[in-house]
Write a protein that binds this ligand. Sequence first.
Ligand code: WTA
Length: 636
Amino acid sequence: MENKKFYPIKRYLEFYNHAISDLESFWEKEAEKIPWFKRWEKGLVWEEPFARWFVGGALNASYACVDVHMHSWRKNKVAIYWEDENGNTKTISYTQLYREVNRFASALKDIGVKKGDIVVLYLPMIPELVISMLATARIGAIHAIVFSGFSSEALADRINDTGAKVLITADFGIRRGKFVPLKEIIDSALKSTPTIEKVVLVKRTQEEINMEEGRDLLYHELLTQAENYTEPESVESSHPLYILYTSGTTGKPKGIVHSTGGYLVYNYATYKWVFDVSDESIYWCTADIGWVTGHSYIVYAPLLHGATIVMYEGAPDYPHLDRWWEIIEKYGVTIFYTSPTALRMFMRHGEEWIKRHDLSSLKILGTVGEPINPEVWEWYYRHIGGERCPIVDTWWQTETGGMMISPAPGLGPVPLKAGSTTLPLPGIDAEVVDDSGNPVATGIKGYLVIKRPWPGMLMGLYHDPVRYKEVYWTKFKGVYYTGDYAIKDEEGYFWLLGRADETLKVAGHRIGTAEVESAVVANAFVAEAAVVGVPDPIKGEAIVIFTILKDGYKPEADVKENIIDSIRKQIGALATPREIYFVEKLPKTRSGKIMRRILKAITQGVPIGDVTTLEDEASVDEIKQLYDEVHSMLKG
Ligand code: WTA
């Protein structure tokens, strides 16, 4: 496509070069923009691969997000416009948010939560989730949010990894007109979580639920005893703000630990650069707070800036296909941040639904989570943005804490290219390298690495420094390995090409192939399983399973159902496979490793490539034959 909005890039590059020439003092200047109780002594202490930012400084995340606005006109500003799929609404000002956070912090203290304790949050998209995060941070405790679409077993695993004593949750979630029985899921999870002593329940419906005497407490009842003010705990800059589990290449999710000081500074800076937020902004990010995008860019960054956010509980296409456009029109949303998966779904349904609404309030459009195809980018630009709004395609990860490679209209216009995340943000030293760690030539695919620490960088993996080093710092010496493939073009623009490791992006959700495989082999009748991601026109990637049954079992319908059931039970519906194939053999290397590359090639109908390391070539023919059979059946 033609470059849209092609402005001179010089100003941006000057700022970028200035930042990178003296990283530490650059970030110290950014740090001065958020409130500290005590100034830091040292900008960065880098003991590879562990970074500590603003060392000696002290602050509190809830103070920085709400108390600070009590001293300005923003105290009467709307913090949150909340709405659900049925049109129920709540409008919460900064003063109201401040009050609720203080009161719930007091309640948490009353039930014994202390500085450094981990509190697990398993909540739908309701304001109490934001309040719980800030209340936890207020007393120096650490939140570990588990996305409320995860199953009871996934929840139990994460609770057990943290050893948390307190769980905050709700009776029900609401999705597509149905109640999701969260309390039942929780009761089943808590059978195997010996550390949980108290469960705080937000009761949103009149439905009866099981209450465990002495363990289960009602959120609104706890608040009746609460104080209106709770002193914010002054914590050191590298005190953990939260743990968030994410999928990696083994069956066990990784607990990503983020700091308070560095993380907040990074969120504050990147939010301004990328979204050019101002006091007039009405900002809507459609992610779920259960993922990192929601942590950073629904809660912390917008509230640090005193922005007004829209928070929506519900599916994008329920009760009708213009639900989102209706909300943009209703609130006059100016900044809209969503996922390529959602856009592809809307694109398929045509522009009819969009044309019914006035979207002229929009100024900046964002996307995150997976590569966006140029045609979808063009569609977004034309039909949602009215050819007026820059699209910020933001590349980042749970581990990076905030956006890393993205256009930054807040720093002056950057020429956009459909499908490219453009340039690294100031202070981010990104490179594309080959297997030996040397920069690749222009236009050549390689691994994306980050060469120097940045304040949003994860502090480590929860109680697993060895795995932290192994996963991120071993493939290439002294640089952070992202696990992504990328290309850099002749203008230094980055083009992200998906994961280079065994993790998938299904509808933007990060899922490990090993996690799904372990759910499949948990069935007594399964001998072996291999999971691969295949391109999907809407979800970006879909899950396909190849499995070998134990002797004596036949691939009958209930076998398939049992496999799907066990995936839903162990992970959640988000990992439901598109297809399951039963095979006699799997392609393996001589050392016994399953060659997923070959399975992937077969499913995509591309040449299989080098098979000299294969243990038994017959299995390739077998799988290829089977795949052809299944597909001709589907086509027929
Ligand atoms: C992918 C989400 C292409 C990438 C914030 C990364 C992207 C993984 C983009 C992290 C983008 C994220 N273009 N790919 N703009 N943004 N990704 O931890 O593979 O859920 O490594 O964080 O998403 O996923 P995570």
